[in-house]
Write a protein that binds this ligand. Structure first.
Ligand SMILES: Nc1nc2c(ncn2[C@@H]2O[C@H](COP(=O)(O)OP(=O)(O)O)[C@@H](O)[C@H]2O)c(=O)[nH]1
Ligand SMILES: [Mg+2]
Ligand SMILES: [Zn+2]
Length: 301
């Protein structure tokens, strides 16, 4: 219970740019507006509000976050979710998905101390399944959990994912079209998340998720559906942060001849030697180099 004199506190359950939907601790649903011109809050944030005017209030501040998942380029950052403990990265048997996006998600999540599970959706399209599994194999090799499921109501099987969600605040991320909103609707029957399927049926033209929204699953678990992610810039991270996000690099870090080795063309590079011995895949090194090069334009170590 919050004390009235201390103002209202609650949680942001939807973020639309500079407009936030908040559930107060007493269960009321209100609209929150930040001060000034910025929108420094994210879905999942616990916030303190000023005086309520009807159902609207100014957001005064947010509580310290246990995590903040966000992407950034040289110029701006885009918050995805606050206080989530886990990322479920949704990929699908079709359309194709980006492997580099998986590596980027792993780096961002590792930096925030979040667990990552890959949900391979549309497992009902069985002829596409072997190719998708092959794409994921290099990640499975170093321990990334992959759960196969079908979110679509016609062949629905989402039970393999349920135990992974228990006790977690999970944020669903992935490229658009992978089935995040369909999965949200499967997990939370009254969610009513807009999916491509529903919008075609209703001809509403609103087929994509435009904002993040949090749904409570039970007392200890919640799910955040987020807009599709085509890019996942990590310009805010240092080379050191990025290296930490590559689990299978860990035994080799510190063994290069040069302490500031970029793992590009330097002699006696322990990472490249591991690639030669097939202990690290060339693809993962390529992902690392692409992510690390971005960071050089904004920061150095
Ligand atoms: N075959 C099949 N199609 C699916 C499945 N899950 C979602 N879809 C379809 O994939 C499309 C994109 O789904 P949507 O949930 O909007 O994806 P989002 O952009 O990631 O939120 C829709 O046409 C869904 O009906 C599935 O498990 N199997
Ligand atoms: Mg969606
Ligand atoms: Zn090196």
């Amino acid at each position: 219970m919050s004390h009235a004199a201390e103002g209202n506190t609650g949680q942001i359950v939807a973020a639309f740019g500079r407009h936030y939907e908040i559930i107060l601790d007493d269960g009321r649903r209100v609209n929150g507006i930040p001060r000034g011109k910025k929108s420094p809050y994210a879905c999942g944030d616990r916030v303190k509000l000023g005086a309520l005017h009807d159902t609207e209030a100014q957001i005064e501040s947010h509580a310290p976050r246990t995590s903040l998942l966000y992407r950034s380029d040289q110029w701006k950052q885009k918050l995805i979710a606050a206080n989530a403990s886990q990322v479920v990265l949704v990929v699908a048997t079709e359309p194709g998905f980006s492997e580099e996006l998986i590596s980027r998600t792993l780096v961002a999540a590792r930096h925030e101390g979040m667990r990552v599970v890959v949900a391979l959706n549309k497992a009902d399209l069985t002829d596409r399944l072997p190719a998708a599994r092959a794409q994921l194999a290099p990640f499975v090799e170093f321990g990334l959990p992959v759960v196969e499921l079908t979110a679509h109501p016609d062949h629905r099987n989402i039970d393999p994912l349920r135990p992974w969600l228990e006790g977690h605040i999970t944020v669903l991320v992935g490229q658009s079209g992978m089935g995040k909103s369909t999965l949200t609707n499967a997990l939370i029957p009254d969610a009513g998340a807009a999916t491509r399927e529903i919008s075609t049926a209703l001809d509403s033209g609103k087929h994509t998720t435009t904002h993040a929204r949090l749904y409570r699953i039970n007392e200890t678990s919640a799910l955040i559906d987020s807009p599709g992610l085509q890019e996942f810039g990590l310009a805010h991270l240092t080379r050191g942060d990025i290296e930490q996000g590559f689990a299978e690099f860990q035994p080799y870090l510190g063994n290069c001849r040069f302490r500031d080795c970029r793992h590009e063309n330097e002699p006696d590079c322990a990472i490249k030697a591991a690639v030669t011995r097939r202990e690290i895949t060339q693809r993962r090194l390529t992902h690392f180099l692409a992510i690390a090069r971005e960071t050089d334009t904004t920061s150095r170590y």
